[in-house]
Design a protein around this ligand. Structure first.
Ligand code: C5P
Length: 434
């Protein structure tokens, strides 16, 4: 990829002391190849892993390290005020914690406190550290403040263990930079279908949490209860919101679909997994769109091993309810706009209205799931958009991607301004209710 689509962007790349620091070298090269003007700031721990000379040679600029080492006055402000974005990759637990607390005891942390531009952080650490309640709280704080903290990847860790804590893939980091800068004409055009507009950036500043796909509730080690959801509707909503400039996190049950461009996709298997993943990010979001077909029941006592055929004969399946994610999150809502989907076979409007009120939603999308008009697995959908405070809108059969845009148009009218001050260009188009 050498489209120079980051041309003219000033990016400060912060490198902290993780074994993944060597990956920042390739990241720097990619950002530079895509046109960005990158200046590097290293913590002293980072210099234990990679020498500043490597970054200096590749960036063509001196690497800044110390608050007091440089001759320049106010080194923490140098370049920061002109920067379009600060990217910290890898970001250690220490760096995330200091940034959340507003501590400023070295050049990078001071610069992060002084920065008025968007910040993207790509964590890398041991899985136990990433999951520690202290760090979970700090990451939540950062996200509430508008900092993009990417999810670390899963896989073998430097500790020898396997878990979540690897630096996210380089493409994921670069895509997050694009998404935050909301300046990616070449990419946006590439993922547009025929006849769609390339220049709608009217969701800039919104943080959208989308759920998609089915869930799987284990019966034994190999068998499970699931449903026919393909995930296509949720992926279309996530793609549409990202193209229109929103930051998007997609929590997805098992599907065969690729992650949409510029969307951070997180996997969840069971309803409980999905609840945990969404709950952890709910405070960050300005909009929650629950398209997932969450399983309503799960076996009360899943068997950890594979049951033998003869054990099944006449065995009753003891089921219990799964958490109703949307209902639980709607009880915690503060500023968020909430959207649900209802798959119905009869009395579409009446059943939709009932769920809209029961789950305290702003909009519900009612789909028919029987006959020729079933939405499950199809590329198209015939739906009714039912707002809490307005008339239902009956839509003809439409491609899911087009339906997603119609839904965003309706939801947009109900969005409140983000409580986080936005450092990037404000959208002209988005209408907000004050
Ligand atoms: O009650 P019903 O399943 O029809 O409601 C559908 C809506 O509620 C969808 O938006 C779905 O994602 C959400 N839901 C949920 N948790 C469940 C079941 C459904 O969030 N356990």
């Amino acid at each position: 990829m050498s489209e120079n689509t980051l041309r003219g962007k000033q990016i400060v790349l912060g490198v902290t002391g993780s074994i993944a620091a060597y990956k920042a070298v390739s990241l720097l090269r990619t950002l530079a190849q895509e046109g960005a003007d990158v200046s590097v700031v290293m913590t002293s721990a980072a210099t234990q892993f990679v020498t500043p000379l490597t970054f200096e040679t590749l960036s063509g600029r001196p690497v800044r390290q110390g608050l007091f080492a440089d001759a320049e006055s106010m080194p923490h402000l140098q370049g920061t005020q002109e920067a379009d974005l600060v990217l910290v990759a890898p970001a250690t637990a220490n760096c995330l914690t200091k940034c959340a607390l507003g501590l400023a005891d070295d050049l990078l942390s001071t610069l992060l406190l002084a920065a008025r531009c968007p910040i993207v952080m790509a964590p890398a650490m041991d899985g136990e550290m990433w999951n520690h309640p202290a760090l979970v709280a700090h990451v939540r704080t950062l996200r509430e403040r508008g900092v993009v903290v990417l999810e670390p990847a899963e896989g073998p860790l430097a500790s020898g263990l396997v878990g979540t804590g690897r630096l996210p893939a380089e493409r994921t980091i670069v895509d997050a930079v694009y998404a935050r800068l909301s300046h990616q004409p070449a990419r946006a055009a590439a993922c547009l279908g025929p006849g769609r507009q390339a220049d709608r950036r009217d969701w800039v500043g919104q943080r959208v949490l989308v759920s998609a796909g089915p869930t799987r509730e284990p019966i034994d080690a190999v068998r499970f209860i699931t449903n026919a959801s393909s995930g296509k509707m949720g992926y279309a909503v996530a793609a549409a919101a990202a193209e229109r400039g929103a930051e998007v996190v997609l929590v997805s049950g098992p599907t065969a679909l690729p992650s949409p461009p510029n969307v951070q996709t997180i996997s969840a298997l069971t309803a409980e997994d999905m609840y945990q993943a969404l709950d952890a990010r709910f405070a960050w979001a300005t909009v929650l769109i629950m398209t997932a077909a969450v399983g309503d029941f799960r076996p009360r006592h899943p068997v950890p091993t594979k049951m033998k055929k003869h054990e099944w004969n006449g065995m009753p399946l003891d089921l219990e309810r799964t958490p109703d994610i949307l209902e639980s999150l709607s009880r915690k809502r503060t500023h968020q706009v909430l959207v649900g989907f209802a798959a119905e076979s009869e009395d579409l409007l009446a059943n939709g209205r009932k769920k809209l009120h029961q789950k305290n939603l702003d909009v519900i999308v009612v789909n028919r799931i029987t006959g020729d008009h079933s939405a499950f697995g199809s590329e198209t959908n015939e739906a009714i958009l039912l707002p809490r405070d307005g008339e239902p809108r009956h839509l003809d059969r439409l491609p899911k991607r087009v339906l997603a845009d119609r839904l965003l148009d309706m939801v947009q009218d109900r969005c409140v301004p983000s409580h986080v001050p936005l450092a990037q260009p404000k959208s002209e188009g988005i209408r907000r209710i004050h």
